[in-house]
Each structure stands twice: as C-alpha cells, then as structure tokens.
Ligand binder design. Structure first.
Ligand code: HEM
Ligand SMILES: *[C@@H]1O[C@H](CO)[C@@H](O)[C@H](O)[C@H]1NC(C)=O
Ligand SMILES: *[C@@H]1O[C@H](CO)[C@@H](O)[C@H](O)[C@H]1NC(C)=O
Ligand SMILES: *[C@@H]1O[C@H](CO)[C@@H](O)[C@H](O)[C@H]1NC(C)=O
Ligand SMILES: *[C@@H]1O[C@H](CO)[C@@H](O)[C@H](O)[C@H]1NC(C)=O
Ligand SMILES: *[C@@H]1O[C@H](CO)[C@@H](O)[C@H](O)[C@H]1NC(C)=O
Ligand SMILES: *[C@@H]1O[C@H](CO)[C@@H](O)[C@H](O)[C@H]1NC(C)=O
Ligand SMILES: *[C@@H]1O[C@H](CO)[C@@H](O)[C@H](O)[C@H]1NC(C)=O
Ligand SMILES: *[C@@H]1O[C@H](CO)[C@@H](O)[C@H](O)[C@H]1NC(C)=O
Length: 521
C-alpha cells in the first residue's frame, strides 16, 4: 500500500515538472547566460557591446572607438536617470524602464537612452523585461570593466508609460535641489556623493549634448563627440576619479568639477558639500571603493516600485545543461540531445571528458574543440574557461526517465509531452508549433500559448503580448508519440525570443524559446 502511494506520488511529480529543459527555469537560464557566457564559443552577444570597455555601440548598431562615447558608461547613466525619479516614500518609480518613454524631456537629453535601449531590445521577452536589462547593464559594466562581481536579482516590471515624477540633477542644478532629488530616491548626502563618484569613474561629459559644460576644444577626429573624461581611465571602473579629484591631478575629477562654466560644476558642489569628507573617506578605502560602489549600485538596481517584488539572486551554474531537448532523429526515433557547459576557474585545467548518466547507464562525453571565457572564475587578469560537451542519447535509453546527472548534479526531465523543436519555428509573423505527446490526450485538448515581444509606441522597449495557438485535431505518429501541430499568425514580426508553452491539466508541461540563436542571445 505504502509502495503504491509512493509510485503515485512520483508520477504526479513528473507530470508537474515545468520547463524541464531550461535549468533551473527559463528566466534564470537566460539571465545566467548573459552574466556568465561572456566571450568565445556560445557566448551571449551582450558583453560584446562593452568589449573593450571603451567600446561604443550606437543606435544604428555601428560600433565606434572614435566617437568619444562609452557604452559601459552610458548603461550606468541610463540606470541613474531611470532611478533618480523614484519617490521611495510614495513607492513609485525606480528601475522600471520608464526612462524609455521620457527621452524627450530636457533632463534626459542625449543619445544614451535610445542607444542603450536599441542594443537591449532584442533581449526582451516574456522572461526578461527591459527594466531587468536596465539593471543588468550596470551589473555587466561593473563585472567586465574592473569592479567586483555584482549580485543580480531579476523580477522588475516595465512601466507602460512615462513616470509622473520629473527631476534629474543637471550640471546647473543647485546643491539643495540635487540633494532633494537623491533624498526622494532614498539616498542621503554621503551616499549621494559616493554614488556620483562611482558613476563618474566611467565615461565622459560630451561637448555634443553638453556644450555648456565642455567647450569645443575637445572635438577631434578621434573624439568626434568631444568627450572630456571624468578620470584618466574612462573605460576602467577604478577609484581614480576620487584620487585625481583630491590631488588635482589627471582629469581633476572631470568636467563637472573643472568646467569653464562655474554654474556647471555640479560635482564640485556636491563633493565639497561636506568639506570633501566623503571623498577623503573614499580615498582611504583604496580598492575598497569598488565594494562601496557595488553596495550603492545594488541599492539603486533594487529600487523598484512598491508593487514589485524582486526574485532570488541569479546563481552561477558550474554545471549547466543547455539546449536539452527530446526530438526525433532521421529515422523518426526518439532522441535526447543537448550540451553540458562546465566552468573551470582560472588556474585549473578544464576537463576533456565528462560522465553523463541516465537510466543507470553512463556515457563518456568528449569536450567540443571550442571554449568560451567568463569573468566568473576569474583570478587577477585571468578568466574562467567554459567548456562544452554535446550529447545525443537514444530515446530507448531516455524515454520515461525523469532525470539525468552530471558530476553529482541531477537535472529533471520528462518525455510525456514536449515541444518538438525541429518543426516548431517562426517565419516572419507565422508560428508553426509541434507538440509530441505520449498520452491519449486529444490534440485539441492540449493548450498551447505563446508570448511575443513586439515594438511599441513611444519607447524602444518591446512589449510582450500573449495569445493561444489552436492545435489541429489531426496528428501524425512518431515512435509511439502523437505529434500535434498548429499555426498562429502574429500581429507583427517579433522583436526577440518568443516563448511557447504547452499545458496539460492546466499545468505547464514544457516551454520552448523559439529562434534561440537570433538577436545576440
Ligand atoms: C549630481 C548628480 C549628477 C549630475 C549632475 C550628473 C550629470 C552628468 C552629465 C552632465 C553627464 C554627461 C553626459 C554626456 O555628456 O553624455 C554625466 C555622465 C555620466 N553620469 Fe552623471 N550625473 C550625476 C550623477 C550620476 C550618478 C549618481 C551616476 C551613477 C549612478 C552617474 C553616472 C554617469 C555616467 C556613467 C556618465 C558617463 C556617461 C557617458 O560617458 O556616456 N551620474 N553625468
Ligand atoms: C552583437 O553586438 C554587436 C554590438 O556589440 C552588434 O553590432 C551585432 O549586431 C550583435 N550581433 C547579433 C547577432 O545581434
Ligand atoms: C513623494 O511622495 C509623497 C507621497 O505621495 C509626497 O508627499 C512627497 O512630496 C513626494 N516627494 C517629493 C520630493 O516629491
Ligand atoms: C546615509 O545612509 C547610509 C545607508 O542608509 C547610512 O549607513 C549612513 O549612516 C547615512 N549617513 C548619514 C550621515 O546619515
Ligand atoms: C553656463 O551654464 C548655464 C547653465 O546651463 C548656461 O545658461 C550658460 O549659457 C552657460 N554659459 C556658457 C558661457 O556656456
Ligand atoms: C575639496 O577638494 C578640492 C579638490 O582637491 C579642492 O579644490 C577644494 O578646495 C576642497 N574643498 C574644501 C571645502 O575643502
Ligand atoms: C508551417 O505550416 C504550414 C501549414 O502546415 C506549412 O505550409 C508551412 O510550410 C510550415 N512552415 C514551416 C516553416 O515549416
Ligand atoms: C527614442 O525612441 C523612441 C521610440 O522610437 C522615440 O519615440 C523617441 O523620440 C526617441 N528619442 C530620441 C531622443 O531620439
Ligand atoms: C543553443 O541553441 C541556440 C539556438 O539554436 C544556439 O544558438 C546556441 O549556440 C546553442 N547553445 C549551445 C551551448 O549549444
């Protein structure tokens, strides 16, 4: 009797396994991919925009090292402008991507906002809102440009319109009003000074956009937008802005300290407001400045409207299965395919073989020739190595299995009902969906939904909309599975990944992100 109950319980668990093929779930998988897979084989393209950290990616997708602009810096400035209109006592504003609707405000002049949103837009989908990318941009600038690795929690929600609150400090804003804006967003004077120094360790003030701060003498063929840097290393996240300010060396704290136009010296007014005490304290911290910055940026990225609850921090997966899926081979036999990613820290040797176990049988996988590199696992200037091990297991060995394991890590799986990837695709605005199911369920009773990111008016942040796909009642058979299919016409061509979900008994049985390779993912 007890035995029977256990079996029943186990089979119930199998049926409720969601998103078996994205570990630990689609959202964490996607964000972990951006955070960890920085360069080389199978990298997310996200890091390319800020590699090297002086790189610049414009709205039209061209890159430039001669513009005097810096994408890693722009991303942090976008965060600042989205954040600073928060009213924490009212629980409004903060990181919600409302900045995308606010680019015509004088306080948000310049190309930084649309440049950044244009690069991020293809990454938006059901699981990744623009607001999470606004936060992630700063995390990546810290991680890749010399600061500490920043923790990152997802779960933000995109605003659907411009925020009601206005007021971003500008170079001519007086000290009192500047501190009022920071106070509204939950930052006292000390922390406002430190946060501004942390922001102004990357990038420049440009004559193009701020001629009242920087005159045209900075414009040259290798600095076409006339950037005047905050410190001597505009692409390195370091404490130099603090030491150069206090010792009047190098860039002396930058244009917002030294501007020819006294009313434009907002950083000088702010830094001096406590008699330089905070700047002196930051100098004493040495490289500890970076930890201070991470703490302050963490507070900024986690400032969200009161109706938003952030999720758990994204964790590095040292052993990560990628693209694991059931499908059918050329003889229409069930197969399980995928790749295991292994992170090896700097200084250690990456494995050449890997043991993969399923159904009590072990397979010896060989590493792919190409590897990637990651800031995770770095030590000094050496990076972690990502190696990849592809597998293809006959369905006869994997059918009805509920897990596989690698290096002592177990990953869940189910072959009861799955999205059949080979015949699930998007062509323009047409979606073809195929579901394989071993149950006696009628095709017409399987519920399939898709969530699609589309362009929207007034912002470059896409908006995600859901719709249902009706499956044909007719099906074909393959290796004991019934293949159900359906077609949907979308309103428009999607801007990023489309997520397709199949539900059985009201529960998600499987998820597939369609066109996974496109748009830099
Ligand atoms: C008193 C408050 C602040 C004022 C008045 C101010 C003003 C400015 C101005 C005028 C620029 C030049 C933009 C351009 O020419 O492209 C700039 C750049 C920048 N700001 Fe601030 N800022 C303030 C605080 C902050 C804070 C708190 C952060 C970070 C959290 C930040 C991050 C940045 C970054 C990274 C850049 C460089 C952008 C680039 O190179 O494209 N700023 N800021
Ligand atoms: C990758 O990013 C670069 C900018 O860094 C961009 O020019 C390129 O188009 C992107 N590639 C893809 C596939 O999106
Ligand atoms: C913040 O919101 C509260 C409550 O709505 C309001 O009383 C206060 O004036 C706002 N603060 C600022 C600085 O606008
Ligand atoms: C400013 O705020 C920080 C963090 O909330 C706190 O640790 C610090 O003591 C505050 N400083 C002052 C002068 O109130
Ligand atoms: C100095 O800055 C103020 C405030 O932005 C501006 O009104 C004025 O025109 C600037 N002066 C010069 C000489 O650019
Ligand atoms: C603050 O430091 C700056 C740069 O060293 C200096 O020019 C300024 O006089 C100092 N201000 C005060 C009040 O100490
Ligand atoms: C999608 O399905 C339709 C109807 O079955 C078919 O004509 C079309 O070729 C399919 N498209 C792709 C890309 O498979
Ligand atoms: C930014 O893009 C949005 C959406 O396309 C557009 O409405 C807005 O005018 C652009 N802003 C600037 C400053 O170009
Ligand atoms: C996973 O699949 C996507 C889409 O086909 C592809 O671009 C990517 O390179 C694959 N990743 C690995 C590690 O195989």
């Amino acid at each position: 009797m007890t035995h029977y109950l256990l079996v029943l319980l186990a089979s119930t668990l199998t049926r409720t396994t969601t998103a078996a093929f994205y570990y630990p779930d689609p959202q964490s998988h996607l964000l972990e991919h951006i955070l960890v897979d920085n360069w080389g084989a199978y990298a997310s393209n996200f890091s390319s925009a800020i590699t090297p950290c002086t790189n610049y990616v414009s709205q039209r997708g061209s890159t430039g090292l001669n513009s005097g602009r810096t994408t890693a810096a722009q991303w942090m400035r976008v965060l600042f402008h989205d954040f600073i209109t928060a009213n924490v006592s009212a629980g409004t504003g903060g990181i919600d991507a409302s900045i995308g609707f606010e680019t015509s405000r004088e306080e948000n002049k310049g190309s930084a906002f649309n440049d950044s949103f244009a690069f991020w837009a293809p990454y938006v989908n059901e699981y990744v809102p623009m607001a999470d990318l606004v936060a992630l941009g700063t995390v990546m600038s810290n991680n890749l440009c010399g600061s500490r690795l920043m923790p990152y929690q997802p779960g933000r929600i995109d605003a659907t319109a411009a925020g009601h609150t206005t007021g971003v400090p500008a170079p001519e804003t007086d000290l009192e009003e500047t501190l009022l804006f920071f106070d509204r967003a939950g930052f006292n004077e000390t922390d406002s000074i430190a946060l501004t120094a942390c922001g102004h360790t990357l990038g420049s003030v440009h004559h193009g956009g701020f001629p009242e701060v920087v005159d045209d003498s900075t414009v040259t063929p290798t600095n076409t937008n006339g950037g005047a840097n905050f410190d001597s290393t505009r692409g390195i996240f370091d404490p130099l802005v603090v030491s150069e300010y206090l010792s009047s060396t190098g860039e002396k704290g930058g244009p917002l300290v030294t501007s020819f136009n006294v009313s434009s010296r907002s950083d000088l007014r702010l830094y001096e407001s406590d008699g330089n005490a905070t700047m002196q304290a930051l100098l004493k911290q040495g490289d500890g400045f970076l930890d201070t910055c991470v703490d302050l940026f963490k507070k900024v990225v986690n400032t969200v409207p009161s109706h938003v609850t952030l999720k758990e921090e994204i964790q590095l997966m040292e052993v990560k299965p990628v693209n694991v899926t059931f499908g059918f081979d050329k003889d229409d036999k069930l197969i399980l395919t995928g790749t295991i990613r292994i992170l090896t820290p700097a200084g250690s040797r990456s494995p050449k073989t890997l043991e993969f176990s399923i159904a009590g049988k072990s397979y010896n996988l060989q590493s792919d020739p190409e590897t990637g590199t990651s800031v995770f696992g770095r030590s000094g200037s050496e990076y972690g190595t990502l190696s990849y091990f592809s597998f293809s297991i006959p369905g006869s060995k994997a059918r009805k299995e509920t897990s596989f394991s690698v290096l002592g890590h177990s990953f869940s799986l189910q072959s009861e009902t799955f999205i059949y990837p080979d015949t699930t695709m998007i062509n323009g605005a047409i979606v073809n969906a195929s579901i394989a199911t071993s149950t006696s369920t009628e095709c017409g009773n399987l519920k399939v939904t898709i969530a699609v990111p589309y362009k929207q008016q007034g912002t470059l942040a896409p908006k995600v909309q859901s719709q249902q796909i009706t499956l044909n009642s007719k099906s074909v058979e393959k290796d004991g599975f019934k293949i159900c299919s359906g077609i949907a016409e979308l309103e428009n061509v999607p801007t990023g990944l489309v997520s397709l979900k199949v539900f059985t008994d009201g529960k998600v049985a499987d998820v597939l992100l369609v066109n996974g390779g496109a748009a830099g993912w």
